[in-house]
Ligand binder design. Structure first.
Ligand code: PLP
Length: 245
């Protein structure tokens, strides 16, 4: 076996075992497995890994750095021309990167301020005018469940205004909420708070139904509390280098 074949084997097994964990968590929660999408968080991983995942039938990727993501989009289209990969941005976005992100992102999950909403809306409308993207950009509002602004996300109290702002734009579509469970907090409590926020947002924005929650260590808890998209890195692709979490 070549190195690439071995890697393909490893990824195939990991994909099967994560899907199994998702299926079990859904069953325990009385939910259908089709209600929960799996995103492979591929930050720090080489494009060759993404190509193998595509070959294995997995096409939804999460990246946390716009520059790294843009480079990988280009590499993957060389490795697998015409591929149908879906690219989700799950990390901090600075407004000056919005124009680039508008070209390749399928969904941005880290929207947490009015200023970012306006910058992204502007960037997306320009990208559409320039023929660089086919239509509006779906976004999720990132929620800070412990109110620590250092880790990104808007406090719960700011969500209603932020949601209304997104809904007023031409370039963006509000699809739901995203959160990372805070360190040192019971994930069940964190995801219950998120579910409550999702419920309240649904009263005014009934089409915003996505809840992006749960990572390698806590996605079962997230599924118990209604997550519709789990973002899994380590359990699929192995440990990341310590320097770049
Ligand atoms: C890295 C990352 C993940 C995946 O984390 P794992 O613990 O490796 O599964 C999920 N969501 C976000 C926002 C991340 O930055």
């Amino acid at each position: 076996m070549t190195g690439l074949e071995r890697r393909r084997e490893r990824l195939s097994e990991a994909l099967a075992s994560v899907r199994e964990r998702i299926a079990k968590a859904c069953e325990a929660a009385g939910r259908h497995p089709d209600e929960v999408e799996l995103m492979a968080v591929t930050k720090t991983r080489p494009a060759t890994d993404l190509a193998l995942l595509l070959d294995l039938g997995h096409d939804m990727f999460g990246e946390n750095r716009p520059q790294e993501a843009a480079a990988k989009v280009a590499e993957l289209s060389e490795l697998r021309p015409g591929n149908a990969a879906r690219w989700h941005l799950v990390g901090r976005l600075q407004r000056n990167k919005a124009r680039s992100v508008a070209r390749w992102a399928t969904r941005v999950e880290s929207v947490d301020s009015v200023r970012l909403v306006d910058a992204l809306d502007d960037a997306v409308r320009r990208a559409i005018d320039a023929g660089e993207r086919p239509g509006p950009l779906p976004v999720l509002l990132q929620v800070s469940l412990d109110g620590d602004p250092e880790r990104g996300g808007a406090p719960l109290g700011e969500l209603p205004a932020l949601a209304d702002r997104v809904a007023e734009t031409e370039g963006l579509e509000l699809h739901g909420l995203m959160a990372v469970a805070p360190l040192g907090v019971d994930p069940d409590q964190a995801f219950a708070d998120l579910a409550e926020a999702q419920y309240r947002m649904g009263i005014y924005h009934p089409r915003a139904r996505v809840t992006s929650a749960g990572m390698t260590a806590d996605f079962e808890a997230a599924i118990r509390h209604g997550s519709t998209c789990v973002r899994v890195g380590t359990a699929l692709l192995g440990d990341r280098p310590l320097t770049s979490s």
